[in-house]
Write a protein that binds this ligand. Structure first.
Ligand code: FES
Length: 306
C-alpha cells in the first residue's frame, strides 16, 4: 500500500509529456553555457562526470545538503543558532556542487528519466532558494524567520531526494550498465582473423557475452559491446586518437584497459584477453586479481584457468 503510494509520484511525472518542452529548453541552455565555458570536451567534462573517481561525482555531493540541513533542524530545536546557520551554509555549498554535477549528468538522460530528473532538479532549486533565504535571514538576526524557512524547505529536499533515488533504482542513472560476469573463462573462438579490418570495430559473441573487436596498431583488442553509461553499442562507435568512442553520448575508452577518458561514462568497459590460433581470434575474460582469503568462495568464483 505504502509502496504504491510512493510509486505514484514518479509514475505521474513520467507520464507528463508537458515537461519535455522545458527539458528541451534547459538542455539547449546548458549546451550553450558549457560551450561558452569550454567544458563540452576534455578534462573539464570528465572531471564533472567523475571519470577521475571511477564513479559519478554527483552522488558524492548529494548527501551534504540533506545531512547538513537535517543537522540544522536539530540545532534549531536545541537553540544553537550560530551552529545552525553554519550547517545551513555547508548545505548550500554542497547543494551548489550537486547542482552543477547533476545538471552535467542530466543532459545525457532520455525519456522518463529525463522528466524525473527535471522535477528533481526543480525541487532542489526551490530548496536551495528557501535555505539561501533562511541563511541570509539568520545572518541579519531574524532567527525565527530563518527557522521557519528551514522547516518549509525540509520536506522539499526530502521529496527531491526520493526522486533522486528513483533515478538510480528505477532508471539506473549513474550505475554501471556493463555485465561483469567472468565469462568466458576459457579462450573461445569469436571471429576469423582475416575478417577484422584495421581500425574498424566489429561486433562478435563470446558465449553469452556480446563483445566488440578492434584491430589497431598491430594488436587485437576485445571489450564488452556495451557502454557502462547507458549500454550504447560500442561496435557502432569509431576510433579517435586511439580510443573507442561510444556512438550515443561520446564517451571514449582506452582500447587496452577499457578506462573511460572523458565521460559521461565514469566506469571502465570490461576487457578480454585475445590471441590468434589457426587463423581464428580467441578471447577470454581478463583474469581478476584475487583479493579474497585463500580457500574462500570468492577466490573460487574469481579463479580463471588457463
Ligand atoms: S551510452 Fe552514453 S556515452 Fe555511451
Amino acid at each position: 500500500m505504502a509502496q504504491r503510494a510512493l510509486d505514484r509520484l514518479p509514475d505521474a511525472i513520467e507520464g507528463d509529456g508537458r515537461l519535455d518542452r522545458a527539458s528541451h529548453r534547459l538542455e539547449q541552455g546548458l549546451a550553450f553555457t558549457e560551450n561558452l565555458l569550454g567544458i563540452t570536451g576534455g578534462r573539464a567534462r570528465g572531471f564533472l562526470h567523475g571519470v577521475w573517481l571511477g564513479h559519478p561525482l554527483h552522488p558524492v555531493f548529494t548527501d551534504l545538503p540533506i545531512g547538513s540541513w537535517t543537522t540544522a533542524l536539530v540545532l534549531d530545536l536545541t537553540g544553537q543558532r550560530r551552529a545552525a546557520r553554519a550547517a545551513v551554509g555547508v548545505g548550500l555549498a554542497g547543494a551548489l556542487a550537486a547542482a552543477v554535477t547533476g545538471l552535467h549528468d542530466w543532459q545525457h538522460t532520455h525519456d522518463n528519466a529525463r522528466r524525473v530528473g527535471l522535477v528533481h532538479g526543480t525541487l532542489n532549486t526551490l530548496a536551495f532558494a528557501v535555505y539561501g533565504w533562511s541563511w541570509w535571514q539568520r545572518g541579519r538576526g531574524h532567527h525565527l524567520r530563518g527557522r521557519i524557512a528551514a522547516l518549509a524547505g525540509y520536506p522539499v529536499i526530502m521529496v527531491s531526494g526520493f526522486l533522486g533515488g528513483a533515478l538510480v533504482y528505477r532508471h539506473r542513472i549513474g550505475v554501471d550498465h556493463t555485465d561483469r560476469r567472468l565469462e568466458p573463462r576459457h579462450f573461445t573462438r569469436v571471429m576469423a582473423e582475416h575478417d577484422l579490418a584495421e581500425k574498424s570495430p566489429r561486433r562478435a559473441r563470446a558465449g553469452d557475452v556480446e563483445i566488440v573487436l578492434v584491430r589497431a596498431d598491430g594488436r587485437i583488442h576485445a571489450l564488452e559491446n556495451a557502454c557502462p553509461h547507458l549500454r550504447g553499442p560500442l561496435s557502432q562507435g569509431w576510433l579517435r586518437d586511439g580510443a573507442l568512442t561510444c556512438p550515443w553520448h561520446g564517451s571514449r575508452f582506452e582500447l587496452s584497459t577499457g578506462v573511460s577518458l572523458n565521460g559521461p561514462a565514469s566506469a571502465p568497459v570490461p576487457c578480454f584477453q585475445t590471441r590468434v590460433r589457426d587463423g581464428w581470434i580467441e578471447v577470454r575474460r581478463a583474469p581478476v586479481a584475487v583479493t579474497a582469503p585463500p580457500g574462500s568462495a570468492l577466490v573460487h568464483q574469481q579463479e580463471v584457468r588457463p
